[in-house]
Write a protein that binds this ligand. Structure first.
Ligand SMILES: Nc1ncnc2c1ncn2[C@@H]1O[C@H](COP(=O)(O)OP(=O)(O)OP(=O)(O)O)[C@@H](O)[C@H]1O
Ligand SMILES: [Mg+2]
Length: 240
């Protein structure tokens, strides 16, 4: 609060909304998993990803270099492609830079996010869903891993809409990853799986959620190729 002695009044500082958002975000999940804690542009696998997807890495670097500005503008980013191609590493680079810049960040996998919402359903405190949605709406960066989850219930989709639309209206950034190769019948396991169709995400999360995400996050950064996790174990003698 700022005290104006001359006018004998107090008013909220410009930083008030950000402070409130940060305080409220403390109760959200914001841990970077151990595997991604030390991601860096100079550390593997980012230089390798830069060889296969140079545009995506360049865009992430641009975003990280201007993270304050990007978050202030509500700019997001999304990564789409086959498994083991580095989508999560690129997304965590952004979260890591946002946290290092002192911004509030919430990190969830798609299924866990929906689970958290579902858990509040039927709780005695009828405000708990509203409260969670409110926190997820106001945090400065929402990072969702693997958003292409199986189609959830209508109620959960509605809550997802409340989050996405709330962030859309308040110009809050979202970064997410998504694996949409194959047809959901195990085809995604194949290395020659068909290229991803971004609009198929709409089938999972509804057209209105998809439409807002695309406006906030732009075109997806596509990462295709063979699964680097499998490439690692293929290097073992027993696999050759
Ligand atoms: N271009 C690459 N070159 C070498 N290794 C890579 C490359 N991309 C990813 N990896 C390695 O592959 C593994 C998976 O990376 P990551 O989790 O970022 O992939 P992903 O695209 O998010 O996969 P998924 O869709 O299954 O979540 C990690 O061990 C990472 O080091
Ligand atoms: Mg991933």
């Amino acid at each position: 609060m700022i005290v104006d002695l001359e006018a004998n009044t107090t008013y909220r500082c410009r930083c008030w909304p950000e402070r409130v958002a940060r305080r409220r975000a403390r109760q959200l999940s914001r841990e970077i998993p151990a595997r991604f804690q030390n991601v860096g542009f100079e550390r593997e696998p980012i230089p390798s990803i830069a060889r296969t997807a140079p545009d995506a890495v360049r865009a992430v670097r641009r975003y990280c270099d201007r993270v304050d500005e990007m978050l202030a503008q509500g700019e997001g980013m999304w990564f789409l492609g086959s498994p083991g191609t580095g989508k999560s590493h690129l997304a965590y680079l952004i979260s890591q830079h946002a946290l290092a810049a002192g911004r509030s960040v919430a990190i969830y996998t798609g299924p866990r996010l929906l689970d958290e919402i579902r858990r509040t359903y039927g709780e005695e405190d009828s405000n708990s869903t509203l409260d969670l949605i409110d926190r997820l709406t106001s945090v400065e960066l929402l990072h969702i891993e693997d958003l292409a989850v199986a189609r959830p219930t209508e109620w959960v989709l509605e809550q997802l809409y409340n989050i996405i639309n709330g962030r859309y209206e308040n110009e809050r950034s979202i970064v997410f990853t998504c694996d949409l190769t194959g047809d959901g019948t195990g085809e995604e396991e194949r290395e020659d799986a068909s290229p991803p169709r971004p609009d198929r995400l709409a089938r999972h999360i509804t057209q209105r959620n998809f439409s807002r995400l695309v406006e906030m996050c732009g075109d997806p950064h596509i990462l295709m190729g063979s699964d680097n996790r499998r490439a690692q174990y293929r290097a073992h003698a027993w696999e050759s």
